[in-house]
Structure formats: C-alpha cells, structure tokens
Ligand binder design. Structure first.
Ligand code: GRF
Length: 203
C-alpha cells in the first residue's frame, strides 16, 4: 500500500516561536503533515534556533530594507516560501500585516492563531482590551487567513477564565497554554482535510 505523501508545512514567526515549536513537535508518526520551513522577518527571532535544533530548514526575509514597499517585501517572502513548496502556511506570532496580494496567493491553505475569542478583539493588545472591557473569559482562535485582518473562517477556539486580579501578562500566559494545545490540534485536522470547527474547553 503506498502511503500518501505528507502535507508540507511552512511556519512564519517573528519572535520566540513557542507556537511554532509545538507545531513542529506535533508533526510526527501518523500525523499527515511535516514541517519544511520556518521563516522569520526578524534575523534575531529566538524561534529560528529552536527550528534549526529540530532539523527544520530556516530562512529570514527582513522587512526593514523594504520600508514603505510592502509588495516588494511580500514578493521576496513568496519566492522564499514557495522554494520550499509548502501545501500549508501557518502564521505563528508573525507580526507583519499582510496585503490581499499575499493572502490571495495562499488562499485556502494559510492559517493563523490569534490570542482572542474572535470575532472579538481583532488586532493587537487583545488581553488588555478584554480585561478593560470587563470580560469574564478570554482565549485563542485558529482561523483561515483571508484578506481581512483576523477575520477568516474559524477552525478552532479554546477558552480560559479571566480572573479578578489578572494583568495582561498573567492572562496572556494562561491563554498561551491553550494556544499550545489548540494550534497543533487544529493543524492536524486542517492537514487531514477537516475544516470543521473544534472548541477545546480549559484543561
Ligand atoms: C502569541 O500570543 C500568539 O497568539 C501571537 O503571538 C504570540 C507569540 O507567539 N500570534 P509565539 O510564542 O512567538 O508563538
């Protein structure tokens, strides 16, 4: 019986890459996907070493030389990513805004993790905004990436309580634990062709 080839996954990061590490470490055994590239816009991203330590090819496309010319930056991103011939792109703490030129190139095969219960709190500073608004719960969302920021079809969510004495940092740490559960779970389903939504309750 011929085994079906693995789905090839490229992961984009900008910093420590804790979500990327969980994704890479999850793609073993009978998982339908394997990591083929970890790319950062930041040469100092701590995640690049974690990827290299795991034998995953890495690349850097620094956004700074392209200041003011987003399409040129994205053209180099696409060239570098496509050289690895990925089937799936995972954004994991990738902190650059992407134009619809980029998102349409990867339409239907790019996913992202966002640290809020979308559609609430798109954009940045999600935990501070949720606390400020008096929310009683927070969490994270894995969604397909479309032209609209943090707006594509939801693939999964995980929820945590917001505690009375929470700061943005204590809440972020609680949510990050759930991100590390949700993203590998959602990627495995997505790589197997299952785009149905999953909701993980707090462990
Ligand atoms: C995480 O909170 C993630 O939700 C957001 O970026 C933060 C850092 O992620 N997208 P990582 O540790 O670099 O994976």
């Amino acid at each position: 019986m011929t085994s079906t080839p693995h789905k090839r996954v490229a992961i984009l990061i900008s910093g420590g890459g804790s979500n990327m590490v969980k994704l890479v470490d999850s793609m073993t055994g009978d998982h339908p996907a394997r990591p083929v590239l970890v790319l950062s816009n930041n040469a100092d991203a701590g995640g690049l070493k974690h990827a290299a330590d795991r034998g995953v090819p890495t690349a850097v496309v620094d956004h700074r030389p392209y200041k003011g010319d987003r399409p040129a930056f994205e053209a180099e991103l696409i060239q570098t990513i496509d050289a690895a011939q990925p089937d799936i792109i995972c954004l994991a703490g990738f902190m650059r805004i992407l134009t619809d030129g980029f998102t349409s190139h990867y339409a239907g095969r790019m996913i992202n993790i966002h640290p809020s219960l979308l559609p609430k709190y798109r954009g940045l500073h999600t935990h501070a905004r949720a606390i400020e608004a008096g929310e009683t719960e927070a969490g994270c969302t894995v969604h397909e990436v479309t032209a609209e920021l943090d707006d594509g079809p939801i693939l999964g969510q995980a929820r945590v309580p917001i505690l009375a004495d929470d700061s943005p940092d204590t809440l972020a740490a609680r949510v990050l634990v759930q991100e590390h559960r949700l993203y590998p779970h959602a990627l495995r389903r997505f790589a197997s062709g299952d785009r149905s939504r999953v909701d993980l309750t707090d462990a």
